[in-house]
Design a protein around this ligand. Structure first.
Ligand code: DOR
Ligand code: ZN
Length: 346
């Protein structure tokens, strides 16, 4: 008998859609399976002011396929010059759902991010007052900190001090990759959530580096030692509402990934739900999939849950398409390198 599972339509609480031709090529893959997504603002130039977010939202809506049911939830890119009034106005009008903090230099297009955290304290205090969440790329960028330790150091040196200095600030620790982060989020007092990606639930650094470099597994924060993955799977499948799905699907043209200095990011959107369901099935936690994918995120963001449903079906291993064509070049689709049996049936 075919195994089937129907859940409320999921949302993606961390997504890169890019702009222009890339946006047109990748957007249908998220809009097919997800009702809403938190849209990352790290364009070139970044989405800094309310007006930038409004214009970007209009471009996303214009690029949606006919009949698609997808709502982009916009974010602003926090800089040291961000104006608290502009942020508050964009929030009050319903235009933005969160503000994104990139430590300067941490990842793709983060050069305009924050170097001196004291300079953004005024904005953070305003956000705490109005209840606007801060989405955090949680990595320090000092050259003397090993890339595999950057998340754990960030928690101690940046995140915890910011949260202590700004009572009431609602924080989402994005794409957590370590047991340390899962523990911090589980144990912290106050209003905190965390997103987890598909690749960090399925892979560790050996998958990326042993027996040859696999550039399509390279993302930031980087895949960690294998001991961290089970802690992330436990956090995702354990039913704690602080954890929810954020794919961090981050498309780059294939030639920029398969490159002497390849870009960070895994393009998971087309197969995200198949892979996620496989992970929950393996963990014996299919009954908790809906919480992680469709319920915990809206609860954190104070949004209604989706009324529509999707049905997943288990069968023969699915065929992964290698790549998605876009006007900005083909983009290689994430393939975990092992069979995935679940597909989105309707
Ligand atoms: O791997 C990543 N890619 N991590 C990020 O934080 C940014 C993203 C991108 O924009 O490509
Ligand atoms: Zn991201």
């Amino acid at each position: 008998m075919t195994e089937r599972l129907t859940i409320r339509r999921p949302d993606d609480w961390h997504l890169h859609l890019r702009d222009g031709e890339m946006l047109k090529g990748v957007l249908p893959h998220s809009a097919r399976d997800f009702a809403r997504a938190i849209i990352m603002p790290n364009l070139v130039p970044p989405v800094v002011r309310g007006d930038d977010a409004r214009a970007y939202r209009d471009r996303i809506l214009a690029a949606l396929p006919e009949g698609a049911d997808f709502t982009p939830l916009m974010t602003l890119y926090l800089t040291e010059d961000t104006d608290p009034d502009d942020v508050a106005e964009a929030h009050a009008s319903g235009l933005v759902t969160a503000v994104k903090l990139y430590p300067a230099g941490a990842t793709t297009n983060s050069a305009s991010g924050v170097r001196d955290f004291d300079k953004v304290q005024g904005v953070l205090e305003r956000m705490a007052e109005i209840g606007l969440p801060l989405c955090v790329h949680g990595e320090v960028t000092h050259a003397d900190v090993d890339i595999f330790d950057r998340e754990a150091v960030f928690i101690d040196e940046v995140l915890d001090p910011i949260r202590r200095a700004t009572p009431g600030l609602r924080v989402v620790m994005e794409h957590i990759t370590t047991e340390d982060a899962a523990e911090y989020v589980t144990e912290a007092t106050g209003d905190i959530g965390a997103t987890i990606t598909i690749q960090h639930l399925m892979l560790d650094r050996n998958d990326m580096l042993a027996g040859g470099i696999r550039p399509h597994f390279y993302c930031l924060p980087i895949l960690k030692r294998g001991t961290h993955r089970p802690a992330l799977v436990e956090a995702a499948t354990g039913g704690n509402p602080r954890f929810f799905l954020g794919t961090d699907s981050a498309p780059h043209a294939t030639d920029l990934k398969e490159n002497a200095c390849g870009c960070a990011g895994c393009f998971t959107a087309p197969i995200a739900l198949s892979c996620l369901t496989e992970v929950f099935d393996e963990a014996g936690a299919l009954d908790r999939l809906e919480g992680f994918a469709s319920l915990h995120g809206p609860a954190f963001y104070g949004l209604p849950v989706n009324q529509a449903t999707i049905t997943l079906e288990k069968g023969a291993p699915i065929d992964f398409s290698d790549s998605v064509p876009t006007g900005a070049g083909p983009v290689t689709v994430f393939n975990p390198g092992r069979p995935v049996h679940w597909r989105v049936a309707s």
